[in-house]
Design a protein around this ligand. Sequence first.
Ligand code: A3P
Length: 288
Amino acid sequence: YFRPDGSPAYELAVYRTILTHPEVAEILRANENLEARPDDVIVASYPKSGTTWTQAIVEAIMFDEISTVSIFGLDTNRWCNLYSMTPSAIAARPSPRLMKMHVPLTLYPQSLIEKKCKIIYVRRNVKDVMVSMYHWCRNAPHTHRACPSGSFAEFAEAFMDGQVPAGSYFNNLAAFWSHRDDPNILMLTYEEMSQNPHQTVGKIADFLGRPMGPQQVARIVEATSFGEMKKKEKGGAENGNATGESSFLRSGSTEQWRTTFDPELLQKVDSWIQRSIHLRDNLSGYIA
Ligand code: A3P
Protein backbone atom coordinates (compact mmCIF):
# COMPACT_ATOMS: atom_id res chain seq x y z
CA TYR A 1 0.00 0.00 0.00
CA PHE A 2 1.95 2.93 -1.32
CA ARG A 3 1.18 6.39 -2.56
CA PRO A 4 2.02 7.15 -6.22
CA ASP A 5 5.33 8.71 -5.08
CA GLY A 6 6.31 5.42 -3.45
CA SER A 7 5.90 6.49 0.18
CA PRO A 8 3.86 4.24 2.48
CA ALA A 9 0.27 5.48 2.63
CA TYR A 10 -0.68 4.05 5.99
CA GLU A 11 0.23 1.63 8.68
CA LEU A 12 -1.66 -1.64 8.91
CA ALA A 13 -1.97 -4.33 11.52
CA VAL A 14 -3.09 -7.93 11.32
CA TYR A 15 -5.75 -8.96 13.79
CA ARG A 16 -5.74 -12.76 13.56
CA THR A 17 -6.72 -13.21 9.88
CA ILE A 18 -7.88 -9.64 9.32
CA LEU A 19 -5.92 -6.73 7.91
CA THR A 20 -7.00 -3.64 9.81
CA HIS A 21 -5.98 -0.41 11.51
CA PRO A 22 -3.62 -0.90 14.48
CA GLU A 23 -6.04 0.80 16.87
CA VAL A 24 -8.93 -1.41 15.71
CA ALA A 25 -6.82 -4.54 16.21
CA GLU A 26 -6.13 -3.44 19.79
CA ILE A 27 -9.82 -2.88 20.60
CA LEU A 28 -10.92 -6.15 18.97
CA ARG A 29 -8.37 -7.96 21.11
CA ALA A 30 -9.68 -6.27 24.28
CA ASN A 31 -13.27 -7.20 23.33
CA GLU A 32 -12.47 -10.91 22.98
CA ASN A 33 -13.50 -11.26 26.63
CA LEU A 34 -16.85 -9.53 26.14
CA GLU A 35 -19.53 -10.87 28.50
CA ALA A 36 -22.50 -11.58 26.24
CA ARG A 37 -26.15 -11.40 27.30
CA PRO A 38 -28.65 -13.87 25.83
CA ASP A 39 -30.69 -11.00 24.35
CA ASP A 40 -27.76 -9.38 22.52
CA VAL A 41 -28.56 -9.15 18.80
CA ILE A 42 -25.81 -9.12 16.20
CA VAL A 43 -25.95 -7.93 12.60
CA ALA A 44 -23.09 -9.69 10.84
CA SER A 45 -21.73 -9.38 7.34
CA TYR A 46 -18.82 -8.85 5.07
CA PRO A 47 -18.71 -5.04 4.62
CA LYS A 48 -20.69 -3.51 1.73
CA SER A 49 -23.28 -6.27 1.79
CA GLY A 50 -26.22 -4.28 3.17
CA THR A 51 -25.18 -4.15 6.84
CA THR A 52 -26.38 -0.61 7.52
CA TRP A 53 -29.72 -1.31 5.86
CA THR A 54 -30.19 -4.45 7.97
CA GLN A 55 -29.18 -2.51 11.08
CA ALA A 56 -31.82 0.14 10.38
CA ILE A 57 -34.50 -2.58 10.06
CA VAL A 58 -33.36 -4.38 13.23
CA GLU A 59 -33.26 -1.15 15.20
CA ALA A 60 -36.76 -0.16 14.09
CA ILE A 61 -38.09 -3.60 15.08
CA MET A 62 -36.31 -3.82 18.43
CA PHE A 63 -37.21 -0.30 19.56
CA ASP A 64 -40.51 -0.06 17.75
CA GLU A 65 -39.57 3.34 16.40
CA ILE A 66 -37.71 4.80 13.48
CA SER A 67 -34.47 6.58 14.27
CA THR A 68 -34.19 10.19 13.23
CA VAL A 69 -30.89 10.99 14.85
CA SER A 70 -27.88 9.90 12.92
CA ILE A 71 -26.16 9.97 9.59
CA PHE A 72 -27.45 6.78 8.00
CA GLY A 73 -30.78 6.53 9.76
CA LEU A 74 -29.23 4.66 12.68
CA ASP A 75 -29.04 5.73 16.29
CA THR A 76 -25.40 5.01 17.06
CA ASN A 77 -26.14 5.11 20.79
CA ARG A 78 -28.10 1.92 20.34
CA TRP A 79 -25.29 0.07 18.59
CA CYS A 80 -22.27 -1.36 20.35
CA ASN A 81 -19.29 -1.12 18.08
CA LEU A 82 -16.73 -3.77 18.99
CA TYR A 83 -14.23 -2.01 16.74
CA SER A 84 -14.24 1.26 18.62
CA MET A 85 -15.85 0.80 22.06
CA THR A 86 -13.97 -0.38 25.10
CA PRO A 87 -15.22 -3.45 27.05
CA SER A 88 -16.41 -1.25 29.93
CA ALA A 89 -18.40 1.04 27.61
CA ILE A 90 -20.07 -2.00 26.04
CA ALA A 91 -20.82 -3.47 29.50
CA ALA A 92 -22.49 -0.19 30.51
CA ARG A 93 -25.04 -0.32 27.66
CA PRO A 94 -28.60 -1.31 28.63
CA SER A 95 -30.28 -4.39 27.14
CA PRO A 96 -31.21 -5.24 24.51
CA ARG A 97 -27.80 -4.46 23.06
CA LEU A 98 -27.39 -4.34 19.30
CA MET A 99 -24.02 -5.09 17.74
CA LYS A 100 -22.55 -4.98 14.27
CA MET A 101 -19.72 -7.35 13.40
CA HIS A 102 -17.69 -7.76 10.22
CA VAL A 103 -15.29 -10.43 11.48
CA PRO A 104 -15.76 -14.13 10.61
CA LEU A 105 -17.73 -16.19 13.14
CA THR A 106 -14.55 -18.00 14.14
CA LEU A 107 -13.21 -14.70 15.54
CA TYR A 108 -16.28 -13.85 17.65
CA PRO A 109 -15.93 -13.33 21.39
CA GLN A 110 -16.58 -16.82 22.78
CA SER A 111 -19.32 -15.64 25.09
CA LEU A 112 -21.53 -14.52 22.13
CA ILE A 113 -21.34 -18.08 20.76
CA GLU A 114 -21.91 -19.79 24.12
CA LYS A 115 -24.98 -17.66 24.92
CA LYS A 116 -26.38 -18.47 21.45
CA CYS A 117 -27.08 -14.80 20.76
CA LYS A 118 -29.22 -14.11 17.70
CA ILE A 119 -27.13 -13.36 14.64
CA ILE A 120 -28.48 -11.99 11.36
CA TYR A 121 -25.95 -12.53 8.59
CA VAL A 122 -26.50 -10.56 5.39
CA ARG A 123 -24.60 -11.45 2.26
CA ARG A 124 -24.54 -9.98 -1.23
CA ASN A 125 -23.39 -11.04 -4.67
CA VAL A 126 -19.63 -10.84 -4.24
CA LYS A 127 -19.17 -8.99 -7.53
CA ASP A 128 -21.46 -6.20 -6.33
CA VAL A 129 -19.61 -6.19 -3.00
CA MET A 130 -16.41 -5.58 -4.96
CA VAL A 131 -17.92 -2.66 -6.87
CA SER A 132 -19.38 -1.14 -3.72
CA MET A 133 -16.15 -1.49 -1.74
CA TYR A 134 -14.09 -0.05 -4.60
CA HIS A 135 -16.17 3.16 -4.57
CA TRP A 136 -16.18 3.31 -0.78
CA CYS A 137 -12.39 3.06 -0.76
CA ARG A 138 -12.03 5.75 -3.40
CA ASN A 139 -14.33 8.09 -1.53
CA ALA A 140 -12.69 7.82 1.84
CA PRO A 141 -9.10 6.63 1.42
CA HIS A 142 -7.97 8.33 4.62
CA THR A 143 -10.68 6.89 6.77
CA HIS A 144 -10.36 3.39 5.41
CA ARG A 145 -6.63 3.01 5.41
CA ALA A 146 -6.63 -0.68 4.55
CA CYS A 147 -7.97 0.18 1.08
CA PRO A 148 -5.72 -0.53 -1.88
CA SER A 149 -5.38 2.26 -4.42
CA GLY A 150 -5.46 2.00 -8.21
CA SER A 151 -7.88 0.91 -10.90
CA PHE A 152 -10.89 -1.33 -10.40
CA ALA A 153 -8.95 -4.26 -11.89
CA GLU A 154 -6.13 -3.69 -9.38
CA PHE A 155 -8.63 -3.42 -6.57
CA ALA A 156 -10.25 -6.68 -7.70
CA GLU A 157 -6.90 -8.49 -7.47
CA ALA A 158 -6.35 -7.22 -3.93
CA PHE A 159 -9.93 -8.20 -3.03
CA MET A 160 -9.48 -11.75 -4.30
CA ASP A 161 -6.30 -11.94 -2.21
CA GLY A 162 -8.14 -10.74 0.89
CA GLN A 163 -5.89 -7.67 1.02
CA VAL A 164 -8.75 -5.26 1.76
CA PRO A 165 -10.58 -4.11 4.88
CA ALA A 166 -12.22 -7.16 6.53
CA GLY A 167 -10.01 -9.66 4.69
CA SER A 168 -11.28 -12.54 2.59
CA TYR A 169 -14.94 -12.52 1.54
CA PHE A 170 -15.17 -16.31 1.43
CA ASN A 171 -13.41 -16.77 4.79
CA ASN A 172 -16.03 -14.48 6.27
CA LEU A 173 -18.94 -16.33 4.66
CA ALA A 174 -17.70 -19.89 5.18
CA ALA A 175 -18.09 -20.15 8.95
CA PHE A 176 -21.58 -18.62 8.91
CA TRP A 177 -22.57 -20.80 5.98
CA SER A 178 -21.81 -23.97 7.91
CA HIS A 179 -24.11 -22.69 10.72
CA ARG A 180 -26.85 -21.51 8.38
CA ASP A 181 -29.44 -23.91 9.80
CA ASP A 182 -28.74 -23.07 13.45
CA PRO A 183 -31.88 -21.66 15.08
CA ASN A 184 -30.06 -18.57 16.36
CA ILE A 185 -28.73 -17.63 12.92
CA LEU A 186 -30.77 -15.96 10.18
CA MET A 187 -29.17 -15.80 6.74
CA LEU A 188 -30.36 -12.99 4.44
CA THR A 189 -29.28 -11.73 1.06
CA TYR A 190 -29.14 -8.15 -0.20
CA GLU A 191 -30.89 -9.39 -3.33
CA GLU A 192 -33.90 -10.79 -1.46
CA MET A 193 -34.10 -7.59 0.61
CA SER A 194 -34.21 -5.57 -2.62
CA GLN A 195 -36.73 -7.82 -4.34
CA ASN A 196 -39.05 -8.38 -1.44
CA PRO A 197 -38.47 -5.95 1.41
CA HIS A 198 -41.84 -6.62 3.08
CA GLN A 199 -41.18 -10.32 3.32
CA THR A 200 -37.67 -9.66 4.63
CA VAL A 201 -38.80 -7.25 7.35
CA GLY A 202 -41.47 -9.77 8.40
CA LYS A 203 -38.88 -12.54 8.51
CA ILE A 204 -36.50 -10.47 10.66
CA ALA A 205 -39.31 -9.46 13.02
CA ASP A 206 -40.36 -13.11 13.47
CA PHE A 207 -36.76 -14.16 14.03
CA LEU A 208 -36.35 -11.48 16.71
CA GLY A 209 -39.51 -12.70 18.44
CA ARG A 210 -41.40 -9.49 17.61
CA PRO A 211 -43.92 -10.50 14.94
CA MET A 212 -45.52 -7.55 13.15
CA GLY A 213 -48.69 -6.82 11.24
CA PRO A 214 -48.65 -5.64 7.63
CA GLN A 215 -48.98 -1.96 8.57
CA GLN A 216 -46.00 -1.99 10.91
CA VAL A 217 -44.00 -3.88 8.30
CA ALA A 218 -44.94 -1.36 5.60
CA ARG A 219 -43.91 1.54 7.85
CA ILE A 220 -40.48 0.00 8.44
CA VAL A 221 -40.00 -0.83 4.75
CA GLU A 222 -40.75 2.78 3.86
CA ALA A 223 -38.51 4.27 6.57
CA THR A 224 -35.58 2.02 5.64
CA SER A 225 -35.88 2.41 1.87
CA PHE A 226 -32.81 3.61 0.03
CA GLY A 227 -34.39 7.02 -0.60
CA GLU A 228 -35.40 7.60 3.02
CA MET A 229 -32.05 6.48 4.42
CA LYS A 230 -30.22 8.62 1.91
CA LYS A 231 -32.12 11.68 3.11
CA LYS A 232 -30.62 11.08 6.57
CA GLU A 233 -27.08 10.72 5.29
CA LYS A 234 -24.95 13.80 5.75
CA GLY A 235 -23.27 15.22 2.67
CA GLY A 236 -20.30 13.27 1.38
CA ALA A 237 -17.74 16.04 1.95
CA GLU A 238 -19.03 16.45 5.49
CA ASN A 239 -18.19 12.80 6.08
CA GLY A 240 -14.62 13.46 5.00
CA ASN A 241 -14.94 11.86 1.59
CA ALA A 242 -12.27 12.68 -0.93
CA THR A 243 -14.66 13.00 -3.85
CA GLY A 244 -17.44 14.71 -1.91
CA GLU A 245 -19.78 11.93 -3.05
CA SER A 246 -21.89 9.90 -0.71
CA SER A 247 -19.80 6.96 0.47
CA PHE A 248 -22.50 4.78 1.96
CA LEU A 249 -25.80 5.19 0.22
CA ARG A 250 -24.27 5.25 -3.21
CA SER A 251 -26.26 3.21 -5.73
CA GLY A 252 -28.31 0.78 -3.65
CA SER A 253 -28.88 -1.52 -6.60
CA THR A 254 -28.20 -5.10 -7.62
CA GLU A 255 -26.20 -6.38 -10.59
CA GLN A 256 -23.99 -3.27 -10.82
CA TRP A 257 -21.10 -5.56 -11.65
CA ARG A 258 -22.53 -6.09 -15.14
CA THR A 259 -21.48 -2.60 -16.19
CA THR A 260 -18.18 -2.58 -14.26
CA PHE A 261 -16.41 -5.83 -15.15
CA ASP A 262 -14.72 -6.26 -18.50
CA PRO A 263 -14.76 -9.81 -19.98
CA GLU A 264 -11.18 -10.58 -18.91
CA LEU A 265 -11.77 -9.58 -15.31
CA LEU A 266 -15.09 -11.38 -15.26
CA GLN A 267 -13.42 -14.61 -16.24
CA LYS A 268 -10.78 -14.21 -13.52
CA VAL A 269 -13.33 -13.42 -10.85
CA ASP A 270 -15.62 -16.28 -11.91
CA SER A 271 -12.80 -18.79 -11.68
CA TRP A 272 -11.76 -17.37 -8.28
CA ILE A 273 -15.37 -17.84 -7.08
CA GLN A 274 -15.43 -21.44 -8.32
CA ARG A 275 -12.07 -22.20 -6.70
CA SER A 276 -13.13 -20.62 -3.42
CA ILE A 277 -16.34 -22.61 -3.30
CA HIS A 278 -14.60 -25.89 -4.03
CA LEU A 279 -11.76 -25.26 -1.62
CA ARG A 280 -14.23 -24.95 1.23
CA ASP A 281 -16.47 -28.00 1.62
CA ASN A 282 -18.92 -26.07 3.73
CA LEU A 283 -19.69 -23.65 0.88
CA SER A 284 -21.19 -26.30 -1.36
CA GLY A 285 -24.52 -25.03 -2.61
CA TYR A 286 -23.42 -21.40 -2.43
CA ILE A 287 -24.50 -19.40 -5.46
CA ALA A 288 -22.57 -16.18 -6.09
P1 A3P B 1 -23.70 0.45 -2.98
O1 A3P B 1 -22.32 0.99 -2.73
O2 A3P B 1 -23.71 -0.64 -3.99
O3 A3P B 1 -24.70 1.52 -3.27
P2 A3P B 1 -22.79 -1.81 4.13
O4 A3P B 1 -23.76 -1.09 4.97
O5 A3P B 1 -22.70 -3.27 4.40
O6 A3P B 1 -21.46 -1.14 4.11
O7 A3P B 1 -23.35 -1.77 2.63
C1 A3P B 1 -23.39 -0.59 1.90
C2 A3P B 1 -24.19 -0.85 0.64
O8 A3P B 1 -25.57 -1.03 0.97
C3 A3P B 1 -24.11 0.32 -0.34
O9 A3P B 1 -24.19 -0.27 -1.63
C4 A3P B 1 -25.39 1.08 0.04
O10 A3P B 1 -25.86 1.96 -0.96
C5 A3P B 1 -26.35 -0.06 0.26
N1 A3P B 1 -27.51 0.33 1.06
C6 A3P B 1 -27.52 0.94 2.25
N2 A3P B 1 -28.77 1.18 2.67
C7 A3P B 1 -29.59 0.71 1.70
C8 A3P B 1 -31.01 0.66 1.54
N3 A3P B 1 -31.83 1.17 2.46
N4 A3P B 1 -31.50 0.07 0.42
C9 A3P B 1 -30.67 -0.43 -0.52
N5 A3P B 1 -29.32 -0.42 -0.42
C10 A3P B 1 -28.79 0.16 0.67
